[in-house]
Design a protein around this ligand. Structure first.
Ligand SMILES: NC(=O)c1ccc[n+]([C@@H]2O[C@H](COP(=O)([O-])OP(=O)(O)OC[C@H]3O[C@@H](n4cnc5c(N)ncnc54)[C@H](O)[C@@H]3O)[C@@H](O)[C@H]2O)c1
Length: 336
């Protein structure tokens, strides 16, 4: 079961799961996606996943779903609201959607004889970490936004539940900065409204949908003065989910709740990301340096040793490869 499977990361993970032979059931309420994504998944894999349009905030519907699908063995839970700024404006909406849905699913899974659960967490749990690269042992800092808090609370809820439910096995994957699209350009990121993330903002600016990219601050204590993040190709990220799920389903986990960073281990500055775009597209990007934006941390990139060694997973794609896929996708979307 893949919740939020029509979304950006969920759709790419569904592709990787199907390509490994898993039968996938997608649950999504299409609040931030479209049913057309199913066509893209089908075009890549040759197999249409089962899809149920369902709002996971409706507890009775979640209960009913699990009654009808007693054979569900693993759940990857992507469904959530994810816009940091909006979460500050509408905290209760974020707590309701990101926490209630998690609780309803866990309530069902704890009644099963055996279940595996993967949770979409985020490097936001680390805030501005004191040391780079960031290991899983870095302290979780006070969340900067209700969105970030839902990820911290989500992890705690899973931890507490696993502690008293030995038959439930869970992994939280702390994503760094997902970007890019499937190389086939059949699926990709489809931000509704103004993109929150750098890469879709770059590609939308280049295609003419936005006038100019604002680079928030070039006076940070980094080499070129712009903020540094760890950009990971969404296909690499999707593969990490398959490996994590396999680990749980094959009983290879050391504890019944584990946490892994999922990043590349490399930090790239905003200007380096822009350069990558200009290199792979052959176009100049219209951007302007403006003042710093409140709440931005200076740098965050992962120590991926644990995922590399324990999961046997490593990101394969370079920033340029990921950027190329993002640009191809943007061009395809706008041509349609
Ligand atoms: N994209 C990122 O940069 C990033 C980084 C770290 C963590 N995450 C987390 O990864 C997960 C997936 O992110 P994404 O970028 O693919 O987001 P997305 O918005 O593209 O996908 C989320 C999907 O969940 C669905 N959904 C939301 N609420 C639902 C509900 N109540 N019932 C059913 N479906 C619902 C949406 O319609 C959407 O298709 C989220 O939990 C997000 O917080 C994302």
């Amino acid at each position: 079961m893949v919740t939020g499977g029509l979304g950006f990361i969920g759709s790419h993970t569904t592709v990787e799961l199907q390509q490994k032979g898993y039968d996938v059931v997608i649950l999504d309420d299409c609040s931030n996606s479209s049913e057309k994504v199913l066509d893209g998944i089908t075009a890549i894999t040759g197999k249409r996943p089962i899809f149920e349009k369902l709002d996971l905030k409706e507890k009775a519907d979640v209960v009913d779903f699990f009654r009808r699908h007693v054979d569900i063995q693993g759940v990857i839970h992507f469904a959530a609201s994810k816009a940091v700024g909006e979460s500050v404006e509408k905290p209760l909406l974020y707590y309701e959607n990101n926490i209630n849905t998690l609780i309803y699913i866990l309530q069902e899974l704890t009644q099963k004889e055996k279940a595996s659960f993967i949770f979409s967490s985020s490097c936001t749990v680390y805030g501005q970490a004191d040391e780079m690269p960031i290991t899983e042992n870095a302290p979780v800092k006070t969340a900067e936004s209700p969105y970030g808090n839902t990820k911290q609370m989500g992890e705690e809820i899973i931890y507490d539940t696993c502690k008293v439910t030995p038959q439930l096995k869970a992994i939280s994957l702390r994503y760094f900065n997902p970007m890019g699209a499937h190389p086939s350009a059949e699926i990709g990121e489809l931000p509704i409204g103004i993109p929150q993330n750098l890469v879709p903002f770059i590609t939308q600016t280049a295609i003419g949908l936005r006038e100019q990219l604002a680079v928030f601050g070039d006076d940070y204590p980094t080499e070129d003065g712009t903020c540094i993040r760890d950009y990971i190709h969404v296909v690499d990220l999707a593969k990490a989910h398959v490996v994590a799920l396999q680990r749980l389903m094959e009983g290879k986990n050391k504890e019944n709740y584990e946490v892994f960073n999922v990043g590349t281990g490399n930090g790239s500055s905003v200007l380096e990301v822009i350069e990558s775009f200009e290199r792979v597209s052959g176009r100049k990007l219209n951007y302007k340096i403006v003042d710093r934006r409140a709440g931005d941390i200076v740098q965050a990139y992962a120590d991926t040793t644990k995922a590399n060694k324990v999961l046997g997973w490593k990101a394969q794609s370079s920033l340029d490869e990921a950027m190329k896929s993002a640009w191809l996708w943007e061009q395809k979307v706008r041509a349609n």
